[in-house]
Design a protein around this ligand. Sequence first.
Ligand SMILES: [Zn+2]
Length: 304
Amino acid sequence: MDRIELQKLRELPIEGVAERLGLTVKHHKCLCPFHNDHHASLSFKVSKNTYRCFVCGASGGPIDLVMRYLNKDFRDACHWLADEHNVIISDKKDTKGSDPSVSFDASRYERFFERPWLSDEARRFLYDERMLDPRVVSWCRLTSWRDRQQVPWLQIPYYDRDFKLIGIQNRNLIKGALPRFRFPQGSECTIYNLPVLNLLKPGEKLFITEGCSDCWAMLSAGHKAIAIPSATLLKRKDAELIRALTSALQITIGMYPDCDEPGERLFLQLKEVLPNLVHYQLPPGNKDFSDYYVSIKRKEADHG
Ligand SMILES: [Zn+2]
């Protein structure tokens, strides 16, 4: 990790990080998880991006909060934060001896997606856990592989509108293992599922989701969807790209923001660039669209 990457993690909004950890933040305060608290003693200072408990004295920034709350060391806490917020950080051992200016060599990877292969772990993840439609998995050309340490990975290709491979995201299929994501050098994982734009008919609806998982759930539910990689770090460039690509299409664009502060903020950020963006509300108790989709599929399965 270099200094700029660490800086990005330190700038992740502290209240959003707390919510991703499962804490309930209200009026810049929450119950302190580090002592037996009944009075919301922990408060957040948004201007400094820090937290402090007035009873037990716990304090720090986003990385400290994760280290302490999840009982992780510095490196693992950084990876957790990066994964949760889709910040791409380089692992020293992955990039050893490589030149950061080298661009993504699609020809090295294209063939993996011509004959996708799903390991047992990948099938479990995609079909048992996420209950996705096999047609979606095949449209997205998801495939899998094992690294030299026999760690199973799901391989997620990013294409431009013409199905040209522009990046790859690898997702660790071992639950809780870190790092959760890895990106080959030079991968441009910006907007996911751009080829779907070619299938849109006038008057149709396009959804924008946060991350690929929600996008697969949307597609499996019969919607058309693209994904942006991160709620906390929406790049102006990505938002502009969506506007440029969709402005000529006569479609409505909608979103079910994740039920947390970063989710709502992402909606507002996108709305600045896409003024007609429609806000859809997830039913209570669902943290994101994947959750909601899986709950519907389970109910359907129970009833027949
Ligand atoms: Zn405390």
